[in-house]
Design a protein around this ligand. Structure first.
Ligand code: FES
Ligand SMILES: [Fe+2]
Length: 371
């Protein structure tokens, strides 16, 4: 059999990091015995759930001649390509049957694989592990094993609520991420009478520290000039409210707010869909206001407003970026963005040389800016 798999392999580049878990689809959109299309890092995927509800992800291109597998037939266990009827196990992608083979033809069917990706369901999302690109002969490669499990939201009690929001942005993952960690846009993009106005801009100082694969804005008391935090202090009747914000490669921002026995946790990801398109998914868990009417809806409304403001801003930014302008990152407000690029570079360098990653931050750093 000749190897016609050229279009199956895609060169990786420094923009979209492989070897990590990525959020693919909200779990409630993926139904049993149905096939769904998704794209991650420019890789076309077909995602579904088997008969007992376990999710799976395959490359949406048959290893025979590239027919999209989502056009095939799925019986809850095997997926049959719509072109020549080859059948694949949906979990490991292994070929089960090639109908055109005669009894005396000895092709080893079980050596053929449709690309399959490790898949997990976590906090209402289907996560897919995107391994490093496989060596030539991808049609014969069994699935990769991820080093760890898909990321989870940190929770501090057994009972909690969970909600998610998502928005697509027409910019690269890099712009999506640095937009997310950028402290200086707040007063200009996220204005609202109940949150803050441009006039509330003031000097801030935050401590950061290196953590594996990322950095942390050390636990601090949130800025007192916003209404939701005032409300929270009143409700939790706690003198200390602390919030911790982490960023870790490739795309994860977690925020944890703790006030006495109450907590709010979110895990936000910016997922590369294509080189010029990303999607932001905010999933939040909390045990606050569980019994207070309207508050969860209000929280969701506030978050949705924020995300929409960011989405709209990036949509406009994409207009300007079309012309390839020269860009700059300034201190201190853009320092987290600089760390992000340095972390990425250090990660790629460590991978290239097979050595341990050299963290770009030598130790704790205090940053100052006005916002
Ligand atoms: S292209 Fe899928 S079976 Fe031929
Ligand atoms: Fe924002």
């Amino acid at each position: 059999m000749s190897d016609l798999d050229l279009p199956q392999r895609q060169a990786t580049d420094a923009l979209m990091l492989t070897g990590f878990w990525y959020r693919a689809l909200p779990a409630d959109r993926v139904h049993r015995n149905h096939l769904h299309k998704a794209t991650l890092l420019e890789i076309p995927l077909v995602i579904g759930r088997d008969r007992i509800g376990h999710p799976f992800a395959l490359r949406d291109a048959c290893p025979h001649r590239g027919m999209p597998l989502h056009c095939g037939r799925f019986d809850g266990e095997n997926l049959e390509c719509g072109y020549h009827g080859w059948q694949f196990d949906v979990h490991d992608g292994q070929c089960q049957l090639i109908p055109s083979l005669t009894a005396d033809q000895k092709l080893k069917v079980d050596r053929i694989y449709a690309g399959s990706y490790p898949c997990e369901e976590q906090d209402n999302f289907i996560w897919v592990y995107i391994p490093d690109p496989s060596p030539p002969g991808a049609g014969f490669t069994p699935p990769a094993e991820p080093a760890d499990e898909a990321p989870q939201i940190e929770k501090f009690t057994n009972k909690y609520k969970l909600a998610y929001l998502q928005a697509e942005m027409p910019v690269s993952i890099d712009h999506g991420i640095i937009g997310l960690m950028d402290p200086a846009h707040g007063p200009f993009v996220h204005q609202a009478w109940w949150w803050r106005t441009q006039h509330s801009i003031h000097e801030k100082q935050k401590n950061f520290e290196p953590i594996p694969n990322g950095f942390r804005m050390s636990a601090h008391t949130p800025s007192s000039n916003s209404a939701p935090y005032k409300l929270l202090r009143l409700y939790a009747d706690a003198d200390s409210i602390t919030t911790t914000i982490d960023f870790v490669l490739p795309n994860i921002r977690t925020e944890t707010i703790r006030a006495g026995k109450y907590w709010f946790s979110s895990l936000t990801t910016v997922t590369p869909i294509t080189r010029n398109q990303c999607r932001i998914d905010v999933v939040a868990a909390w045990n606050l206001f569980r019994w207070v009417p309207f508050v969860p809806d209000l929280l969701k409304y506030v978050f949705a407003k924020f995300v929409e403001q960011d989405r709209r801003t990036m949509e406009l930014q994409a207009e300007g970026l079309k012309h390839n302008p020269h860009l700059m990152l300034i201190d201190d407000a853009d320092r987290p963005a600089k760390w992000y690029f340095q972390l990425k570079a250090a990660h790629l360098e460590a991978k290239r040389t097979g050595t341990e990653m050299k963290h770009p931050m030598a130790g704790p750093v205090t940053l100052k800016w006005r916002s």
